[in-house]
Design a protein around this ligand. Structure first.
Ligand SMILES: [Ca+2]
Length: 96
């Protein structure tokens, strides 16, 4: 019984570690790059949300991860960084 509980606990821990990776690797259909709040536009607010993700203030949804990964330009690297926030900010003001 104790061994079964241990296995269940270990499986839960492994699942919690692997699920975010699987979610971020899956293609998200209908996500507009840079639009983190899902309002259909890329604004400074989206860059602010990206920065909050970078500093760990908010936990991103899979759609936000897909929308936020815009840098390096032309070859997104699968990580959400300050560089992504900068590119989203440039998109918001029409420079990208
Ligand atoms: Ca938006």
């Amino acid at each position: 019984m104790r061994r079964t509980l241990l296995y269940v606990a270990l499986a839960s821990i492994l699942a919690s570690l692997l699920l975010p990776l699987a979610a971020s690797a899956a293609p998200i259909i209908g996500v507009r790059k840079g639009d983190l709040d899902g309002d259909g536009r890329v604004t400074v607010r989206d860059a602010q949300i990206c920065l909050m993700i970078v500093v760990g203030k908010i936990r991103p949804t899979p759609a936000q991860i897909a929308a936020a990964d815009v840098a390096p330009k032309g070859r997104p690297d699968g990580r959400i960084t300050v560089g992504d926030a900068v590119v989203i900010n440039r998109m918001a003001v029409g420079l990208e």
